[in-house]
Design a protein. Structure first.
Length: 293
């Protein structure tokens, strides 16, 4: 009796990924996976240093740039010949945090010859993301008037990075000359946020998330930009930075990408203010207008 033959084995088809698994992954990549036990002490340090910054720097606090109570900025003047103006937009997923917690960034940059504006903006759920961007845009002409139209360097962290690149791409007023952008741990594709906890206040749907995602509509002629992210951040944040830097360059704009060693989503900010910090050094290269693309 001849033995029966068996055909070649077929590989098992992979199980489809469920929406619940995607939601869990995005919640980790964009929220839970970015948290570190050390961050509570770090925020306490930031708060103490921010209080010292006000005492030592004598800034002009809560200058209005629009009618909304959160359209306010703090302006720290450099004691040196002015090289430019740093405009800092804080993190908080467009729904939390305040400029008062980030004033510590100003004194070192002011010592390097930059006026520094730490800027608040309206938050969700009162306003949607693109309405927040529009409200923040009003800061630029006011800041230009306050600083004799010196070149602006937009520095944005996380949600603030999305705001910074949106402002740079939206034809800023002639009075506000943008010399460059430093994007730190930015979110440029908002669609993964749809099934995370932050969307309870953001109220995004697929259409509004895509409309608020600058990665889909990068324009040519945008300012020179450094896209930075921490080596200890999640893969999703690192991928957002890499993709945005690539798209920025593909549009013909000058783009550099930097992964900061041993830095998480918030400790990376120390690179803006410590002696020898890589982001502090990068800002010093933006003290003249970028040439047109």
């Amino acid at each position: 009796m001849s033995g029966s033959r068996r055909g070649p084995g077929k590989a098992k088809a992979p199980c489809p990924v469920t929406q619940a698994e995607i939601s869990t992954a995005n919640q980790f990549e964009y929220i839970d996976g970015q948290l570190r036990p050390s961050q509570a002490a770090l925020f306490e340090h930031f708060a103490a240093e921010s209080e010292l910054a006000v005492c030592s720097g004598q800034p002009a606090l809560d200058l209005a740039y629009g009618p909304h109570p959160r359209q306010r900025l703090d302006l720290f003047r450099t004691p040196q010949p002015r090289r430019g103006v740093v405009a800092y937009f804080h993190a908080g997923y467009w729904q939390s945090r305040d400029k008062s917690g980030f004033r510590f960034l100003a004194p070192p940059l002011a010592a390097d010859g930059f006026d520094v504006a730490v800027i608040n903006y309206p938050l969700s759920p009162e306003l949607g993301v693109m309405a927040i961007v529009a409200a923040a845009a009003a800061a630029l002409p006011v800041l230009a008037e306050l600083t004799d139209h010196a070149p602006l360097i937009l520095v944005g962290h996380s949600a603030g990075a999305q705001i910074a690149v949106e402002l740079a791409m939206s034809a800023p007023p002639a009075s506000a000359q943008i010399a460059g952008i430093v994007s730190i741990s930015g979110v440029f594709d908002l669609e993964p946020l749809l099934d995370t906890s932050v969307n309870a206040k953001l109220g995004l749907d697929p259409a509004t998330a895509r409309a608020a995602s600058p990665i889909h509509r990068v324009v040519s002629g945008a300012p020179r930009t450094l896209f930075a992210v921490g080596a200890l951040e999640t893969r999703a944040f690192q991928a957002q930075t890499a993709r945005m830097a690539a798209v920025w360059a593909e549009a013909g704009n000058a783009a550099a990408e930097l992964t900061v060693p041993d830095a998480d989503h918030f400790s990376i900010l120390t690179e803006l203010c410590r002696e020898g910090g890589v982001l502090r050094a990068a800002i010093a290269t933006f003290d003249h207008p970028a040439s047109a693309s």
